[in-house]
Structure formats: C-alpha cells, structure tokens
Design a binder for this molecule. Structure first.
Ligand code: GCV
Length: 660
C-alpha cells in the first residue's frame, strides 16, 4: 500500500531566509538518533528552504549545531533552539530532545512567514506520550477506521518502509512509546512474547528507538497457561512468578529497548487475577517484579467492569466500577506500575465527566487514556476534532490538593513529583494511503502528540499548526479548515446523544443512531427515558457515583442546580419540562440542538466546498465525500433522536418543525 507524508509533506517557503552562515550540520554525538536528526534536517531544509546541507565534523565551521549537553535544564526530551555568531544551535540533555528540536525547527520553517521567533526553550510535559494500537495479528484493527494494520498481516509482524514512516510521524509530534498490539490479546498475539517473533520485533524496536520511541506490547495475563502449559496464571503462585521472570529475561535479552507491557485484565472476558481471588495489585505487581531488572513498565488498565450487570437495579452503575475496583488499592502498586485510566468512567463517549480515579488515587502512578480512533465520535467518517475535549479534561480540577490538582498536573507528574505517568491515545491509524481514513482525522493524531508534549498549547493553535504543516500557509485554507475543526466536536455532540447521557449508537458496531442500542442492557433502559423525562440518577439518591468525587465536585454534581448542564443527564433524571439556564425546556433543548447540529454540518461542508482548487484535488474529493455522508447521517441522527423523544414525551416542538 502506498502512503502519503501527512503533515511531513514539505513545500517551499520562499518567505524565509537562512538562519545560518554555512550550509553544514554538525552533531556532537553519534548513533541512530543523531543520524535521523541530521537526515530530517537535511530533508526539511532542502524541501522548504531549497538549501542543501552537508554533514560536517567541525563544530566551528558548521551552520547548524546539534549539541547534546548533559544536565540541561530542559531535560533529556526538552530542547533549546537559538542563534549565536551565525550558527543555529539545537541543544538538549538527551538525544531524543535533539530530534524533537529538529522537528520543532522544521515546523517553524513550515509555518512562519516572517523571521523565526527565537530563542525557543521547551521541556516535555508528560513523561510518557504513547499511542496504543488495537491491531490484531491477522491484520484487522479493533475499532480501526483507516484500513488494515501496518504492523501485522496474516499473523506475521511487518517491518518495512511504512514502519519507518510511522516512526517519523510519531516522533515528529513527540510520541515516545508505542503499543503495537490490541489490548484484547488473543490467539497468535499471545505468542508475541515468544521467541518466534523476536527477530522482527527487534528490527521494529530498533527503528522506533532511532526515533526516540520505545516499543511496548500488550500482554495476555493467561500466557503462562496458553503459552507455558501451566495449569494456572495465579499471580501469587511461585511457578507462575518464575515463568514470567524467565519469559522476561528471555525477551529483554533479545529486545533490550522494550518499554514494557500494557495489560487489560478482568474486563470484557479477558483473564485476570480475579479468577484466583487476587487483586489487580497482586496481578500488576507480579508482572512489575518480573520486568523491574530491565527498567520495564507495567501499564495496567482501569477499564474494568462487569458487562453482565443487571442494569434494571437502580443502584447498579457501570460508571462506578473503575473507582470501586481501584480506589481501595491506592498505594499498593509498585513504582514501575502505572494505572491507565480512560478519560471518563464509561467509554469514550462524546461527553463524559472526568474519571474520579484522577485525584482519587493519591499514591499511585496514573496515565490518562483517550481515544483518537473515533469509535463513538463518528468513526473517522464524521469530522470530530477531539483536542478541545482533551483540553477540557486536562483542565479539570480534581481538588486532590490545594494547588496542582488538575488532570494535567497529575499526568505530567507535577502533583506527586513522579515520572511514571503521562498520556496515551488509542490510535486512529491504519494502512490507508492517508493514514487516518478521513484526512481531517489526522489533526487528532497530530494534536494528541503535540498536546501530550506541550499541554499548554491551545486547541486552536494545534489546529493551525496542523493545517499549516499539511496544507501550507494559505490564509483562506487556514481560516476555513480551522473553523471546520473547531465546529466539529460541538456539532457532533449536538446531533447525537444529549447532555452527557451517551451511547444511543448501534450495538457492538457503535456507529449510527439507535436510542435503545446500549448493548449491555437487554431492557432498553440505559437512558431511563419514560414519558416524563430521562437521565440516570447518579447522585446520593441514585447510584452514588457523584460521591466518588472529592468535594466540592461531589456536591456540584449531586445538585441539579450546580451540575454543569452539559452533563445533566449523565448525573440526573430530568423531566422534559425542566427549564435549563437558557430558559429552554429540556425537550426543546433536545429539538433545537439536533436541528442546529445538522445545520452546522451543512456549514462545515460548504466551507470545505469553497476550498475546491486550493487543496490538492485528491484530498479535496476524499474529504468532500465524507462530509457529504456526514451531512446525511447527521440528519438521520437528528430525526431519530427528535422523533424518539417526541413520541415519548408527546410535547411538540415550539417552532413546529417537522419531526419525523
Ligand atoms: C479493545 C470498548 C471497545 C472495545 C475495547 C474496549 C477497551 O469496550 O468497544 O473494542 O477493546 O473498550 O477499551 O478495552
């Protein structure tokens, strides 16, 4: 499969002069990262500035210096870019930092139409900045919307030009860890930790390492049985511990750069410590002991819930389960364990409150998991730029301490002073030519990396950077594409499920409207809609989920008056006639937002149409086709939701619009 260069497709920028006197690059360190850093700079300067740069061994005689200097304030992944005596200097305390500095410079060359703003000084905000691929070894991708896997095909590991191109893209936005296989580790994927794949994995991990990325694998907790022939995977059994220790020794001898493992246990049918009456801490710590000699990490997912629960019991609440399972274990995990927590308590809905595990765990390393694969947000057929949502999540005050209490503080390590923390995104890539199916979905891939590296960036800034790097500096393109991106998440929220209630998608597939479609609810009551109102009562009189938050958040969510309206139906059962702060009733709000959302998509499509001839025609057509589908589909959403609630409530639309 052919592939495009995404935001690394450089074009000539005639507005810039050279920032150095001599057209040569000197690096004061050697090795694979140095080689890539020099090469990246050579490609960028040639293609953007039409300047061919040679490599030089003489520092004094060179125009650009890549300087590795120990103990720089910016750390091993941060960088400084400055000018001195006709030379341009990129300095870092680590090799990866130099590479990030080169990519930063490249971005500036792509996006500036005047003199570059120097000096630059950046540190990496989240220590871990990871992509989690849900790729299966047969080549399929769970929740993949951009073709097949480029890591696996027909039960084999692929290492080819695309591996390198992927590593470049990932590193260019600061990604430093990649899990290549699905967290649902089944069949052949269990064998990824066996000898048979180690040659290919070594090649892959070397390519990754040359771009500052560590390879991670998802693990099958039952591997001692499925692979090792033991009769148990009990984490407290000596023979199980020994099996893992030996396995890790064998693996790390061959793959010394392996970052560690991601584990989904005791959830959605995956094996885990519960089978043996053990806790998640028992399970995670047993693995952590096994990888500790190699500085390996165990990233343990908190997406643990019982999908068989009987939801008709009004005290039962899936949203509670992450906190109920993990809060009692706070402080029991080893230091090389990180708990990976989905942003919300349910499952990547268009709107959810932030998981109460953030701020709830005071003595445990945590990572934020978001999903840029748009499982519930339009599956990369709809435009849905998610960075504004991620910004809101990062900005949430957990009240776990007086200062430094936001999710951003927690995942950057500022709250607890820890390093084993960060951000992970379920990736949205596949072997489609443009990597992400929808061309505009690449803004989420780009944006996640940039945001995890620099959490202070605004969603608009990231959008502008991505547009500029992808399409060039044309003002009209910049303005219109930014508008489309920034309108897209609010629009999607408006025409799909209202005020935080979530779901309402077709079961399993998770695409398209289906108000009663929640798959773990055979009784059609997830949203609790009846003829009087709808919403889930999660306050103290309901499931008590709101009480999992610290004060004042618990009271804020508990009280209908103070609960943020965008989450009202997540936290409360509300009558259709309830008056919102806008003065509209709940039912009128539902009607209006659904009409508005579909109209917004019309506007987005018109904006794109007006760019014909300005963006490459192949891209123009691809996006136009998807926006055409989104226009129709948003109307289908509008009509299904509006008619469902009209029929339930029998309250007519004040504007007498046609409700199908
Ligand atoms: C990889 C949701 C998705 C599953 C996914 C799971 C998870 O349930 O629908 O496809 O499994 O989340 O995050 O583990």
């Amino acid at each position: 499969m052919e592939f495009e260069k995404a935001w690394l497709s450089y074009r000539r920028n005639p507005q810039l002069g050279l920032l150095w006197k001599k057209n040569s690059i000197h690096s004061n360190f050697q090795g694979a990262i140095a080689k890539n850093a020099v090469q990246e700079l050579q490609t960028a300067t040639l293609e953007i500035l039409d300047c061919s740069m040679t490599e030089s061994s003489c520092q004094e005689e060179s125009g650009v210096l890549l300087l590795l200097e120990e103990n720089r304030e910016v750390g091993k992944e941060g960088y400084e870019i400055c000018q001195k005596d006709g030379q341009l200097l990129i300095i870092s305390g680590g090799e990866a930092g130099i590479l990030y500095g080169v990519f930063h410079l490249t971005r500036m060359l792509q996006c500036s139409n005047k003199e570059l703003e120097l000096p630059v000084k950046k540190t990496a905000d989240s220590p871990l900045r990871m992509l989690n691929h849900w790729d299966n070894m047969d080549g399929s991708i769970e929740r993949g919307y951009s073709g097949e896997s480029f890591f696996f095909q027909k039960n084999e590991v692929l290492v080819n030009d695309r591996t390198r191109a992927y590593a470049r893209l990932a590193a260019s936005v600061g990604i430093n860890g990649v899990v290549i296989n699905n967290v649902n580790v089944k069949d052949r994927a269990t064998w990824l930790i066996d000898k048979m794949f180690q040659k290919e994995l070594k090649e892959m991990s070397d390519i990754f390492a040359s771009y500052g990325i560590r390879l991670f694998l998802s693990l099958n907790f039952a591997a001692p049985m499925e692979l090792g022939g033991l009769d148990s995977a009990d984490p407290c059994k000596e023979e199980v511990k020994t099996w893992w220790k030996e396995k890790m020794k064998e693996l790390y001898t061959r793959l010394p750069n392996l970052g560690g493992f991601l584990v989904k246990a005791d959830s959605e049918g995956r094996p885990g410590p519960f089978t043996y009456g053990r806790t998640h801490a028992d399970g995670a710590n047993m693995l952590a002991e096994a990888v500790k000699p190699y500085n390996g990490l165990i990233i343990w997912r908190c997406f643990v819930y019982n999908c068989q629960q009987d939801w008709r019991d009004r005290k039962t609440d899936r949203a509670r389960s992450g906190y109920d399972n993990f809060k009692p274990l706070d402080g029991q995990f080893l230091d090389n364990v990180i708990l990976q927590v989905k942003n919300g308590p349910m499952d990547f809905q268009v709107r959810e409150p932030v998981s109460p595990l953030f701020g709830g765990m005071e003595h445990t390393n945590e990572m934020l998991e978001v999903q840029i694969a748009q499982e519930y947000t339009g599956q990369q057929r709809h435009v849905c730029y998610l960075i504004p949502m991620f910004k809101e999540i990062l900005g949430f005050h957990t009240h776990c301490s007086e200062k430094l209490d936001t999710v951003e503080d927690i995942v950057t390590g500022r709250t607890m002073g820890n390093h084993n923390c960060g951000m992970a995104a379920v990736a949205n890539t596949g072997n489609d030519e443009n990597w992400t199916g929808h061309d505009l979905a690449a803004a989420n891939l780009y944006g996640f990396g940039r945001l995890s590296f620099d959490t202070s960036l605004r969603a608009e800034e990231i959008a502008q950077e991505w547009i500029c790097c992808t399409f060039g500096q044309d003002e009209e393109i910049l303005e219109k594409v930014e508008k489309i991106l920034m309108m897209s998440w609010p629009a999607y929220e408006k025409y799909t499920s209202p005020l935080g209630i979530g779901w309402m998608v077709n079961p399993s597939y998770h695409y398209g409207p289906n108000v009663d479609g929640y798959e773990y609810d055979r009784w059609g009551t997830y949203h609790r809609a009846d003829h009087l109102g709808m919403g889930v009562e999660r306050g103290h009189e309901g499931t008590g989920y709101a009480q999992q938050y610290r004060e004042p958040n618990a009271s804020m969510y508990d009280n209908i008056e103070t609960c943020p309206e965008e989450l009202l139906l997540f936290f409360h059962y509300i009558p259709y006639t309830y008056e919102l702060k806008t003065g509209k009733t709940l039912i009128q709000h539902i009607y209006d937002t659904h009409f508005e959302g579909a109209e917004d998509v019309e506007k987005m499509a018109a904006l794109w149409d007006s760019l014909e001839g300005k963006v490459p025609s192949k891209v123009f057509q691809r996006v136009q086709k998807r926006l055409g589908h989104q226009k129709e589909h948003s109307k289908e959403w509008r009509d299904q939701i509006n008619s469902y609630f009209y029929r339930k409530s029998m309250i007519p639309d004040e504007q007498n619009r046609k409700i199908y």
